[in-house]
Design a protein around this ligand. Structure first.
Ligand code: OOB
Length: 538
């Protein structure tokens, strides 16, 4: 174990201030447990219960626990040290869980990238984190990750190892790494456990270092809000490396509770419904476009979904019309989740009245989450008014990793994270997300909130998906373009204007252009990709 790398990883990390950390510990939010121990505890209390369900086999808690230990020892034996960073780009396969827990137990820091990331993102993240290893699948569909790894390795000199789940080609097979001998380090719970990639829509992705203490709380408190029990089966349908399916409560919350995890590589109704039926899945999480698709698909898919008790939807705003469809279609409880890799999570509660579940994005997870809603000058708005959400708390970062200049803008001097999200807070504490500060169309000096316009468009009977974008215009600066996926005829601009005016929308918010698309471009986790949309339709 080289002590230089064990401390080197802290360079560029912004820790919680001591007084805040003390308070989170003494109030019991931080339990002092390392993430690897969440699995250890469940494996001790219920070794024979299923941990990971797959088509091939059922892996018990004892099996997963032992496999994680073996791989942890093997990774250390390769010369990867505690504190070193490793790029993990594994898809939703059982090896994801083994590799994750192995890295956590070895004190090696996984940098959790998504399968959809490509050279630009991976090279940037590998260089920024000075990663020493890169974990990939052999291939996924048409894409060969070994070719990507060769390119990335040539560009990033710190990358000593490429480990492959599957056929290794010129690299090392992940399953050849496991070792039966060797000791595991003592992991400091206040240390960095893993790094998430920011979902930011501008610029290159940033790294979010999460500690064992803060992330364990994130996962276990989320599990409690969702009423998880050892009888629950969680389906990872969104990419497992994303915060939502990973820890809200996701994989980590399920393991902490002693439930079982199933994975699907394909979140389409056809594949995911089959997984739900086969593994008796009770809980899963989706982004809104998928939730909408699943709600519609019950009409043509005939899988038995009766095991499903809770569908979490988040990542982007779920329009009220779509929220109302979920429960009758899928016959399970809907939970809206408004979260961010940076930390703060909001959930509608299982006993919230329908109205709140359909129209809000939930309220903060923790009593220690501090929320401010501020105007452009940074002053608190009146209760119930719209403003930017600022937050700090026991599981919200105090700064991006190795990004001092950006941090100076993204945080207030007293440590609040500026989310860029526009919200209103109800007296109950529930938040209604009304858009992003930057997701507005500036039409001749008047601001149109894209979210608001999209919500109205979705109420049109022919509109299945809608996205509004600003396109450059010589006289207005920007004009409002709406891109629609429709069933049947595309409404004309005139028809849309009449429809929206009848719904009471102000004239300046009416679209100038309407475009048709077969589908909308999506980001790596499946949210509508506005940047790509502007490029396509601009
Ligand atoms: C989740 O995390 P990220 O980091 O991919 O994206 C965070 C951003 C938020 O700042 C917000 O702009 C948007 O995504 N967002 C929502 C939302 N949930 C996230 N906007 C409206 N309504 C929602 N329900 O997306 C994420 C992380 C953990 C749990 C759930 C989602």
């Amino acid at each position: 174990m080289t002590s230089t790398s064990a401390t080197g990883h802290r360079e560029g990390y912004v820790p919680f201030p001591n007084d805040a950390a003390e308070q989170y510990r003494s109030a019991g939010y931080w339990s002092g447990r390392a993430l690897g121990d969440l699995l250890r505890d469940s494996a001790r209390s219920q070794p024979q219960r299923p941990a990971v369900l797959s088509d091939a086999a059922v892996q018990s808690y004892a099996d997963l626990d032992a496999a994680a230990d073996r791989l942890a020892r093997g990774l250390l034996a390769l010369g990867i040290s505690p504190g070193d960073r490793v790029i993990v780009q594994l898809p939703n396969i059982p090896e994801f869980a083994t590799a994750l827990f192995a890295l956590l137990r070895a004190g090696i820091i996984p940098v959790l990238t998504l399968p959809a990331h490509r050279r630009a993102e991976i090279e940037h993240l590998a260089a920024l984190s000075e990663a020493v290893a890169y974990l990939i699948p052999d291939r996924l569909g048409d894409f060969d990750y070994r070719e990507l790894a060769a390119t990335v390795q040539a560009a990033v000199p710190s990358l000593r190892h490429v480990l492959v789940a599957g056929e290794p080609g010129a690299f090392t097979a992940l399953d050849s790494v496991a070792a039966d001998e060797g000791s595991l380090p003592e992991v400091d719970p206040s240390d960095i456990a893993l790094m998430l990639v920011s979902g930011g829509t501008t610029g290159l992705p940033k790294l979010i270092a999460r500690t064992h203490d803060d992330y364990a709380y994130n996962a276990t408190a989320s599990a409690e809000v969702c009423g998880l029990t050892p009888d629950d089966v969680y389906l990872a349908a969104l990419p497992a490396a994303h915060n939502f399916p990973l820890a809200c409560p996701g994989i980590l919350g399920t393991v902490a509770t002693g439930g079982a995890i199933a994975f699907t590589l394909d979140p389409s109704p056809e594949a995911a419904f089959a997984a739900i039926e086969k593994h008796a899945v009770s809980v899963t999480a989706l982004v809104p476009p998928l939730a909408q698709l699943w709600s519609a698909a019950v009409d043509w898919e005939d899988a038995d979904l009766s095991s499903l008790r809770l569908l979490q939807v988040g990542g982007a705003r779920l329009a009220e019309v779509n929220a109302r469809d979920v429960e009758p279609a899928l016959q399970c409880k809907l939970q809206q989740v408004f979260g961010m890799a940076e930390g703060l999570l909001n959930f509608t509660r299982l006993d919230d009245p329908d109205e709140l579940v359909h129209t809000t994005q939930g309220r903060p997870l923790s009593p220690a989450d501090e929320i401010r809603v501020v105007d452009a000058e940074g002053d608190d708005v009146a209760p119930g008014e719209e403003g930017e959400l600022l937050t700090r708390g026991p599981y919200t970062l105090r700064g991006y990793y190795r990004a001092p200049e950006h941090n100076a803008r993204a945080f207030t001097p007293d440590g609040y994270y500026r989310s860029g999200d526009l919200v209103r807070q109800l007296p109950s504490g529930h938040l209604m997300v009304s858009g992003r500060i930057k997701d507005v169309i500036n039409r001749g000096g008047e601001n149109i909130s894209c979210d608001e316009l999209e919500e109205h468009l979705l109420a049109h009977p022919a509109v299945r998906h809608a996205a509004a974008v600003g396109l450059p215009d010589a006289s207005l600066g920007e004009k409002a373009c709406v891109v629609l996926v429709v069933t049947g005829e595309l409404p004309t601009v005139g028809e849309l204007k009449t429809f929206l005016t009848e719904r009471g929308l102000a004239t300046y918010k009416l679209p100038d252009l309407v475009r048709q698309a077969d589908s909308l471009p999506l980001t790596a986790v499946g949210k509508i990709d506005k940047k790509a949309l502007r490029a396509l339709h601009g």
